[in-house]
Design a protein around this ligand. Structure first.
Ligand code: ACO
Length: 332
């Protein structure tokens, strides 16, 4: 039996207007442009307005998506949202976005930190190939700035806000549609404390002390995360290539999670990938967590050359979680 395909027919992204440069951060926390650029490659990031919630960023990406795809919201069967900076603990950000879009379809969140878009796309693929839905809107939106401690220089310099959206369909609805081929997802909860928001959940409900110690903000053991990010992304890329029976040389374009340039460099070195074939935007938008790979995909698909048939996307995030996916152009 021929397996049904799930297409990414259209993509969009949204970045807030406000740019925060490294030199602006130098005035907020003890850091330097030189340190940030040499350790991460980041020069600036976008910061959402105070009154803008994560759902608002997602809604902006969703409106762009509907316009590009010339689709009415009533034609969307399901909304899946990936975020690590939700509007509320509950209800889901997906429900808030559904309300704001005046949609009537079901909506739910996926929580897989910076790998969220990969888990959400894989979920959408499952629904499409099972025949349950035809048009799924996958959104990743982050107002990471709302959970950052701007007195902690080891984290606040790394992240930025933004959103992306993808229309996953049972048929290609545009001439730049790509379909999702092999997907490898993974999780390892052993190291969950290496990257977390310690307070505000059932383990440690929010308290005056927690607020004073900024335990409601993101905390990270950068070295541990770095080591695991490289290791896990390399192994999941290898596994995905093997599953897809495809050689690294046959991949025309790479979209790695944009956490920092040194992680990307380590992966390129391991697979001897030509840097010209790799998407990068970390310099200008920092780490936009779940939205990172989706923003890259949107930037790339705008200009994709038709000869680029095999695209590899890989992400890593808190949990730990990771995912790699091979996307193929029509005709493969
Ligand atoms: N400015 C200046 N100095 C700083 C800063 C800063 N912003 N941050 C840390 N330092 C100092 C530290 O205090 C330390 O000083 P010390 O030696 O006097 O103690 C020194 O710089 C070195 O600190 P390290 O943590 O060892 O620096 P490292 O080279 O490991 O780089 C970094 C830190 C950039 C965070 C790195 O570990 C990293 O990239 N980790 C991965 C982080 C990441 O990508 N997370 C996200 C992935 S998952 C996801 O996307 C959710």
């Amino acid at each position: 039996m021929v397996q049904k395909r799930a297409y990414i027919s259209e993509t969009s992204s949204y970045l807030p207007d406000t740019v925060m440069t490294n030199s602006q951060l130098e005035k907020v926390v003890e850091t330097t442009d030189e340190w940030i650029v040499s350790r991460t490659g980041i020069k600036e990031r976008r910061i959402a307005h105070k009154e803008e919630a994560t759902s608002d960023l997602g809604v902006k990406a969703a409106h762009k998506l509907l316009e590009k795809a010339q689709l009415d919201i009533s034609q969307v069967d399901l909304i899946i949202v990936a975020t690590l900076s939700p509007d509320y603990i509950f209800p889901s950000t997906a429900c808030i976005i559904q309300k704001k879009l005046k949609a009537k379809c079901p909506a739910f969140d996926v929580v897989a930190a910076c790998s969220g878009m990969m888990f959400a796309l894989a979920t959408a693929k499952g629904y499409i190939t099972s025949g349950l839905y035809k048009n799924i809107m996958v959104i990743a939106a982050e107002k990471v700035s709302s959970i950052l401690d701007y007195t902690d220089r080891s984290t606040c310099v790394l992240f930025g806000d933004g959103a992306c959206a993808a229309l996953v369909t049972d048929k290609p609805l545009s001439d730049h549609a790509v379909w999702m081929d092999e997907i490898v997802l993974g999780s390892d909860g052993e190291m969950h404390q290496a990257l977390e928001v310690p307070s505000g959940g059932s383990v440690e409900p929010l308290s005056k002390e927690a607020l004073e110690e900024k335990r409601h903000c993101l905390r990270m053991d950068g070295r541990v995360v770095f080591r695991h990010a490289v290791k896990r992304m390399i192994s999941s890329i290898s596994e995905c290539l093997k599953k897809g029976n495809i050689e690294i040389d046959e991949i025309d374009y790479f979209i790695p999670h944009q956490a920092n340039n040194r992680i990307i460099e380590a992966i390129l070195k391991r697979f001897m990938i030509d840097p010209q074939k790799v998407h990068r935007n970390v310099e200008y938008i920092g780490n936009v967590c779940a939205a990172s790979v989706g923003i890259c995909l949107d930037e790339y698909l705008e200009h994709r050359s038709k000869s680029d048939q095999n695209i590899l996307m890989a992400a890593f995030g808190a949990g730990f979680t990771w995912g790699t996916m091979i996307l193929k152009g029509e005709g493969r």
